[in-house]
Design a protein around this ligand. Structure first.
Ligand code: CU
Length: 330
């Protein structure tokens, strides 16, 4: 066995600590060896340290999860605020090399998650990636560094090809939200919808995600594109601002209000709606508006209950009709 360098040993400790925090014990998974490749410079003062475990799932899917045995597609939503430094320790519990590559945030080559920067994680190994979310500032030359707040995402960049095409197609992706101080907070966990080939989150209707919320709740959507196709994301009954946050905060913000947006591979955007505002409770469809994509099962329902959390008879009947109509997709 190769003798661990001090930095390697430090990284191994990070893995142990992260696992200990999650499981309450270092006994089960304490010896996850650190993957080959450069060690990232740890955060001076990490705002958050999390672990991701990559695992195989049924039906040929592969996902990231926050604890062993809990992989999901999409992977866990990572949230930061500008000024934060996030450490993510990725444990590879699959039999193929994979990685995590983040969009939108700042990182050194060691956290790029690409093969040419030696950022892949071999099966049975672990690697810590370090991400900074710069806040807006003025450069010495007077130009503005616009910061990093946005609706971003992360994905594999090693499995199958140098671009992670094998991992991404199977579900190795997730949302990364960077907020700016003062941004409005949603009332619930964000709804993440990834348009990957002709699926949402690698599923077709009627198995697509069905977020169920109450009238008046502030609901946040994150929409991400993957694969080889261009899509248009449409949500019924609701609308949002075509700007960074999807929300208008001041009268001087004259952003266009939209209910449909083009999404190419690795594009991402987010917005918040007040559920049922001006339209009431109901089964509101979201779908790709490329007709042969929606006709192939690229659709789902956003279900708005009453303020008290009850589903109206009309909504229940609408869900039944929608399921029957979509059932031929599988
Ligand atoms: Cu589409």
């Amino acid at each position: 066995m190769v003798k661990a360098t001090s930095s390697r040993r430090r990284a191994l400790v990070v893995v142990c600590v992260a696992l200990a925090a999650l499981t309450g014990s270092v006994a089960t998974r304490a010896q996850v060896p650190v993957a080959d490749g450069p060690d990232p410079q740890a955060c001076d003062d990490p705002t958050n340290s999390v672990s991701l475990f990559a695992e195989k799932l049924p039906n040929g899917r592969i996902g990231y999860g926050r604890t062993p045995g809990k992989a999901q597609v999409p992977g866990p939503t990572l949230e930061m605020t500008e000024g934060d430094c996030l450490q993510v320790t990725l444990v590879n519990d699959t039999d193929k090399k994979l990685s995590m590559h983040a969009h939108g945030v700042a990182y050194t080559f060691a956290s790029d998650g690409t093969p040419h920067n030696r950022g892949c994680v071999a099966p049975g190994k672990a690697k810590t990636y370090v991400f900074n979310a710069p806040a807006p500032s003025t450069r010495a030359d007077g130009t503005l560094d616009q910061g990093s707040a946005g609706y971003w995402h992360y994905h594999d960049h090693c499995m199958g090809t140098n671009h992670g095409s094998g991992g991404v197609s199977k579900g190795l992706y997730g949302a990364l939200i960077v907020r700016r101080a003062g941004d409005p907070q949603p009332d619930r966990k964000p709804v993440v919808l990834v348009m990957n080939q002709i699926t949402f989150n690698n599923k077709v209707a009627p198995r697509t995600p069905m977020p169920i919320v109450n009238m008046g709740e502030r609901v946040e959507f994150v929409v991400i594109g993957h694969g080889d196709l261009f899509h248009t994301f449409h949500l019924h009954g609701h609308r949002w601002a075509d700007n960074r946050s999807g929300v208008v905060m001041t009268p001087s913000d004259t952003s266009r209000i939209i209910d449909n947006r083009t999404v190419g591979p690795a594009d991402s955007f987010g917005f918040q709606v007040v559920a049922g505002e001006h339209v009431g409770p109901g089964a509101w469809m979201y779908h790709c508006h490329v007709q042969n994509h929606s006709d192939s099962g690229m659709e789902g329902l956003f279900v708005v209950r009453t303020e008290g959390g009850e589903m109206t008879e009309q909504t229940k009947a609408a869900i039944r009709r929608w399921r029957r109509g979509a059932s031929h997709h599988g």
